[in-house]
Design a protein around this ligand. Structure first.
Ligand code: SF4
Ligand code: SF4
Length: 356
């Protein structure tokens, strides 16, 4: 099946507001037919770690929330706590970080709910017939909503090559137990010959999973976040990327399917292709974008949406994949192939450009 993906570029001239372009995309996706009066609508976003500046601009959410309020449903912004410590590992600090990053009631007139509870324990299990996942552990206050609308920042990712809607659906809607389930295959190892016991990896590890005896060793407390790999100046830490990234990508796709099927209805997915940093917005900083700002895409098919977004980034980079340049050991095509295989969505799409 060929899916419809709608695209609004940022090159329409100064008389056209990007916010109106987002409204047009919502109308193309029939927002007024997919969401209904009095429904709780979980608007899933990633509010960015404090210090990062690449995450989506809160103002982009205004036309989305206005469209939902016009239908008289009850939208709320939502995200889940992280596996590692930082400013988003529990709901109290997470809400503080969200407010500092501009996601707050004062600015957007909408409540913010951290969907997996105070310490990430608010889980519901959803069955899914996957190759690797049979029961997905998801954040209850997303799954208990009546409907879902997902807004994702498209960018690079050090575990999967890129991050967009599929990752926001899967990792972003999972409780801590679900995140651990997806990351668990990624525990790296230290080459004892190369390690100089400099302790830099331990400083980067927010799970306290690195011990020294006397060289570094990674313990069972590891949550598979891969941060220590980049921190090591000796390249002494590595993972079996061929196997582990493939498994993570497949698990992400299967978790995404669990989320989508638990709503049993179509939802709208939006990708924002601005400030596309090579890394996830979970870091407390961000590198320069891999290419210029491109615009916004929307679809009711999350797979086609990510594929179209990825293709537009490649096209903007002259056909050369900027994420592959950054992470040559990762093959993100596994995500699309597995998503099509398990029927999460379509790898084929028709791109409709929406101009103001
Ligand atoms: S991958 Fe590295 S940084 Fe992350 S939890 Fe494991 S040991 Fe710590
Ligand atoms: S950063 Fe690398 S060299 Fe330093 S202690 Fe960790 S593994 Fe060893």
């Amino acid at each position: 099946m060929i899916a419809d993906v709608y695209f609004a570029g940022l090159d329409s001239g100064r008389s056209h507001s990007p916010l109106r372009q987002i409204t047009r995309l919502l109308n193309k996706c029939h927002v007024d037919r997919l969401y209904h009066k009095d429904e709780f609508v979980a608007v899933k976003i990633h509010m960015g770690e404090y210090g990062n500046t690449a995450f989506i601009r809160p103002v982009y959410l205004r036309p989305i929330l206005e469209a939902l309020r016009k239908i008289e449903c009850k939208p709320y912004l939502t995200d889940t706590n992280t596996l590692y410590t930082g400013m988003r590992w529990n709901s109290v600090d997470h809400l503080h970080c969200a407010a500092l990053n501009g996601f707050n009631y004062a600015g957007l007139q909408v409540p913010v709910i951290i969907a997996d509870g105070l310490r990430g324990e608010n889980t519901v299990e959803v069955p899914v017939e996957g190759e690797l996942v049979q029961r997905a552990k998801l954040a209850a206050d997303i799954i208990h909503a009546d409907a879902l609308l997902v807004v994702s920042h498209f960018k690079g990712h050090n575990l999967t090559g890129f991050g967009g809607t599929l990752k926001n659906l899967a990792m972003g809607c999972a409780s801590r137990a679900g995140k651990l389930d997806m990351h668990s295959v990624l525990r790296p190892q230290v080459d004892q010959q190369l390690c100089t016991a400099c302790h830099r990896c331990a400083k980067s590890c927010q799970a306290d999973a690195i011990v020294f005896q006397p060289k570094a060793e990674i313990t069972e407390a590891c949550v598979g976040c891969a941060r220590c790999i980049g921190a090591c100046p000796e390249d002494a830490i590595d993972s079996d990327w061929g196997q582990s990234s493939a498994n993570v990508q497949k698990k992400i796709v299967e978790y995404a399917k669990a989320v989508v099927t638990s709503f049993n209805r179509l939802g709208i997915y939006i990708n924002i292709l601005t400030a596309m940093s090579p890394d996830c917005d979970c870091y407390g900083g961000n590198d320069a974008p891999v290419t210029q700002d491109i615009g916004f895409l929307a679809s009711t098919d999350p797979v086609a949406l990510d594929k179209a977004s990825h293709d537009l980034v490649l096209s903007a980079c002259g056909g050369k994949d900027p994420f592959k340049r950054r992470y040559p050991h990762l093959d993100s095509s596994i995500t699309f192939a597995h998503a099509a295989k398990i029927g999460l969505g379509s790898g084929s799409y028709r791109l409709h450009e929406v101009r103001g």
